[in-house]
Design a protein around this ligand. Structure first.
Ligand SMILES: Nc1ncnc2c1ncn2[C@@H]1O[C@H](COP(=O)(O)OP(=O)(O)OP(=O)(O)O)[C@@H](O)[C@H]1O
Ligand SMILES: [Mg+2]
Length: 252
């Protein structure tokens, strides 16, 4: 199913999504009717307490996990109508994922990890693009290291280079500054902003950091399995002060 023309500027649309995990006899109800949308070129931040379901939401949008109920359209396609293989192809081509725990391949070196989006797709890597991205995240000098020979922050930088190398239309970033120092975090946010601008990409950014969230066009707050549009901050209202205030109001 393709988006209607009136909403064709939407990159992702999540409607009434429910997701639970079965754990013994008591299921964990994580997402409980959550809805959101992301427009082309838009940077949307999602904030919420630990364990609330932010990574679960990203996994569902990425097609790595399947919701129990509800609908997710990504880049004009309804994920539920696609089989596993089609979902995987879509993800490889059009979505860049910065994983919370990096997901680097341990037996590939840094450069090979950044080449991975090409390799798993069976296409010849664009080595200029690979080199440029490594340069942009400041990891060119570590290109021959294995992930185990990197610091946590360095692994994060490599995972960012890998996510942006093919200029995806949608970037899903799960706490991309969670493991680096403040100055590097600021550089990462600027880099991601630049990438969105250059490629007209959109990004869903999960963060606990109000300074990072303040770089977004809209800030959403996930609480009790839901995002309440009434809590969202947009446009000029997106300030560090307002974000702090909202987090306090919501008890996040
Ligand atoms: N495979 C699973 N089986 C059972 N429960 C799970 C599974 N994956 C996640 N959960 C539970 O779902 C909830 C949401 O997890 P999720 O990783 O989405 O949280 P989060 O908002 O990303 O948290 P954080 O800010 O700590 O990264 C948690 O309570 C977690 O324990
Ligand atoms: Mg998480």
């Amino acid at each position: 199913m393709v988006f209607e023309s009136a909403v064709s500027d939407l990159v992702a649309k999540v409607e009434q999504v429910h997701k639970s995990y079965a754990l013994g006899t008591s299921p964990v109800h994580v997402l409980q009717g959550l809805s959101l949308s992301i427009a082309r070129s838009e940077l949307v931040a999602v904030m919420g307490p630990s364990g609330v379901g932010k990574s679960t939401l990203l996994n569902c949008i990425a097609g790595l996990d399947v919701p129990d109920r509800g609908r997710i359209d990504v880049l004009g396609r309804d994920l539920a109508t696609m089989d596993d293989e089609a979902r995987t192809m879509e993800r490889r081509h059009r979505i860049g994922i910065i994983y919370q725990f990096f997901n680097l391949v341990p037996n590939l070196d840094v450069e090979e990890n950044v080449m991975l989006p090409y390799l798993i797709d069976g296409v010849t890597p664009d080595m200029d693009a690979v080199g440029r991205c490594l340069e942009r995240v400041g990891m060119q000098h570590r290109k021959d290291h294995l992930p185990a020979q990197l610091s946590g922050g360095e692994m994060q930088l490599v995972s960012i280079a890998r996510a942006i190398v093919r200029k995806p239309e949608l970037i899903l970033a799960d706490e991309p500054t969670g493991n680096v120092n403040v100055a590097t975090g600021k550089k990462i946010m600027q880099l991601l902003r630049d990438v969105l601008h250059e490629s007209r990409s959109a990004m869903l950014l999960v963060t606990h950091n109000p300074e990072d969230a303040a770089r977004a066009d809209r800030v959403l707050f996930l609480k009790d399995g839901l995002i309440d549009d009434g809590d969202a901050l947009a446009g000029e209202a997106v300030t560090v002060g307002n974000i702090h205030a909202r987090l306090q109001e919501l008890g996040i």
